[in-house]
Design a protein around this ligand. Structure first.
Ligand SMILES: Cc1cc2nc3c(=O)[nH]c(=O)nc-3n(C[C@H](O)[C@H](O)[C@H](O)COP(=O)(O)O)c2cc1C
Length: 163
């Protein structure tokens, strides 16, 4: 049986891909194995009964490749349930978390009718040497909470199954 859940991710600097890998591990451990692909390679959603999209927030919006995925598959994703996570806040400041969530919501509002059944913001990562000047002057940080990520993956798996 081919996998019925697709985990599609867009990751410029790798941190979202690592979260997608963890989400996949949870799906694989708790149920049937999921397929996982970068968004640009996820061209055909035929046969999938649920989709997880992972992206990150850049410059106040969901990353372009993730938006392209949602636009390309907008019609299908009004039928097939969708769980979305996005990385963003690099500090544990409630205002920063609320801002990232607003940025994600504003991006998703451009695509009405998505069958979103689970949605989450996770802390983001800064790896200075991967960034161009002047961002490479930022201090390194990793604000991902792996327990929260794994807990959300379990919630998302159940929500996709019930949707
Ligand atoms: C240039 C730049 C701009 C960013 N802009 C935002 C932003 O507007 N909102 C936000 O919540 N996070 C922002 N972030 C944080 C990223 O979402 C975070 O670093 C994330 O982990 C990047 O994911 P990736 O490693 O998969 O590319 C920004 C990061 C960088 C480097």
């Amino acid at each position: 049986m081919p996998p019925s859940i697709l985990i599609a991710y867009a990751s410029r600097n790798g941190s979202t891909r690592e979260v997608a890998e963890t989400v996949k591990r949870i799906f694989d451990t708790d149920g049937e194995p999921a397929a996982m692909r970068p968004v640009l390679e996820a061209k055909d959603l035929t046969g999938f009964k649920g989709v997880v999209l992972g992206g990150s927030i850049y410059r106040a919006a969901l990353q372009q490749e993730a938006m392209l995925f949602l636009r390309r598959h907008h019609e299908t994703l009004q039928q097939v349930p969708l769980a979305i996570f996005a990385l963003g806040p690099i500090k544990n400041d409630p205002d920063e978390w609320a801002r990232s969530r607003r940025q994600l919501d504003a991006s998703l509002a451009q695509l009405p009718g998505l069958r979103t059944c689970a949605i989450a913001i996770f802390g983001g990562v800064i790896v200075p040497h991967r960034l161009p000047h002047p961002m490479n002057q930022l201090p390194p940080s990793d604000n991902r909470d792996w327990s929260a990520i794994k807990a959300w993956a379990r919630t998302a798996r159940a929500a996709l199954a019930q949707a």
